[in-house]
Design a protein around this ligand. Structure first.
Ligand SMILES: Cc1ncc(COP(=O)(O)O)c(C=O)c1O
Length: 395
């Protein structure tokens, strides 16, 4: 069927963090919300129907994880990413972030180091610190407009006796980087050499542009890939984050068992009454939605890229290879990190995420979520343009 990604749907009053809880992080509550990573697109019709059908039954008692959960996840990985995953390898988690947290508890001790690649999705840092572990940042380096991995630094960090885990963000939020098979092999080989377990967060793995391919880390033909913890979810792709369902795929029985034991110990191994209905519909009936969404997102990205290039030459879009989160280099504006944030949130009234939220490596950048109707993108860009012109005149 044809989906209407152009439809502007009122989300205020639905308990949405992005729209109703803006004041939590953003000083200007009238700003256009382009921050939290969910989309303003209606979910695919089969998902809505599955959840509505479930909701129509008046008893919302305890649910469980059916065998079908592993099967539909494996089916999606096979069809979209060419990975012949066994349904037995798949375990349920109420989210990817809880799975990361459980991995920290299962495979590290307080005081151990977890390698991450900043600037990166901020819960990576929080999950490590809040569990009393230490962050070791193998920071990505921006070289000629593209983020690159510093492999020498990665090897040094992995060699630390306290380094036990690496959180990979693949594709990488917020830089939009999609890692090649060769890069993933190098990362995994280094981790294996020093006994560092790899956890690959692939929640954005379906949103890939420019003829690139997402390679699931756990699918690679290496002994370490069997132990790799690959986290996936239809939540970003189909806008169902609020249903709270994710999958963790691990080939190795011992690693999988240790992770499952932690999920059980925390009593978070059971889905809510609506999660399985939405999740299974998303992974089985909605590929046409994804194809149309990708085309639509490409249009939004092109519009933003062209507008910056043509009329705001001091703002540089880092070309997104994946994800619907745009990473904008604002350093040429000559503003401090706080002034950059104020420029967008206060002066342009566009709620972005400030780059330093993702680590100090992100200072001078902002993250802009363009998973919304093009009208919203156009409105945001017009507001940014007005603020930009005003700044140019007064400077
Ligand atoms: C890289 C990454 N991982 C995980 C999440 C959130 O995952 P969940 O809601 O399943 O915990 C997000 C959401 O923005 C994300 O960008």
């Amino acid at each position: 069927m044809k989906y209407a990604f152009d439809a502007c749907i009122e989300r205020r009053g639905t308990g949405s963090t992005k729209w109703d809880n803006l004041g939590m992080r953003v000083s200007n509550t009238h700003a256009l919300p382009m921050w939290v990573a969910d989309s303003d697109f209606a979910c695919p019709e089969p998902v809505v129907k599955a959840v509505q059908d479930r909701a129509a039954h008046p008893i919302y008692g305890y649910a469980f994880v059916p065998r079908r959960f592993g099967e539909v996840t494996a089916g999606w990985m096979r069809r979209r990413h060419g990975w012949e995953a066994d349904p037995e390898w798949v375990i349920f988690s109420p989210g990817v972030v809880p799975a990361l947290s459980m991995a920290v508890l299962a495979f590290t001790e307080p005081g151990d180091e977890v390698i991450i690649q900043r600037p990166v999705y901020h819960p990576f840092t929080n999950v490590v610190k809040e569990n009393g572990r230490l962050v070791s940042s193998n920071s990505l380096k921006l070289e000629d407009g593209r983020y690159e991995i510093d492999f020498e630094d990665l090897e040094k960090r992995a060699a630390s006796p306290r380094a036990k885990l690496m959180f990979l963000c693949s594709p990488h939020n917020p830089t939009g980087r999609v890692f090649s098979e060769e890069e993933l092999l190098r990362i995994g080989d280094i981790c294996e050499k020093y006994g560092v377990l790899l956890v690959s967060d692939e929640i954005h793995g379906d949103i890939i542009f420019g003829g690139r391919r997402h390679v699931p880390a756990g699918s690679l033909d290496r002994p370490w890939a069997a132990k790799t913890i690959t986290c996936v979810s239809p939540s970003k792709t189909f806008n169902i984050a609020g249903l709270e369902a994710a999958a963790v795929i691990v080939r190795d029985e011992a690693v999988r068992g240790a992770l499952r034991a932690k999920l059980q110990a925390m009593h978070i191994d059971v889905p809510n009454a609506f999660a399985m209905a939405g999740y299974c519909a998303a992974y089985t009936e909605c590929e046409d939605y994804l194809e149309q969404e990708l085309a639509y997102l490409r249009g939004n990205i092109r519009f933003v890229a062209d507008t910056f290039r043509q009329s705001m030459p001091k703002l540089h879009l880092v070309e997104p290879e994946g994800t619907y989160l745009l990473w904008i280099d604002c350093r040429e504006m000559g503003l401090t990190a706080k002034e950059t944030e104020d420029f967008f949130v206060e002066e342009a009234a566009v709620a972005i995420n400030p780059g330093n939220l993702f680590g100090e490596e992100g200072a001078g950048f902002v993250r802009l979520n363009i998973a919304c109707p093009m009208d919203t993108v156009k409105k945001a860009m017009a507001q940014i343009q007005t603020a930009y012109n005003r700044k140019e005149v007064t400077q």
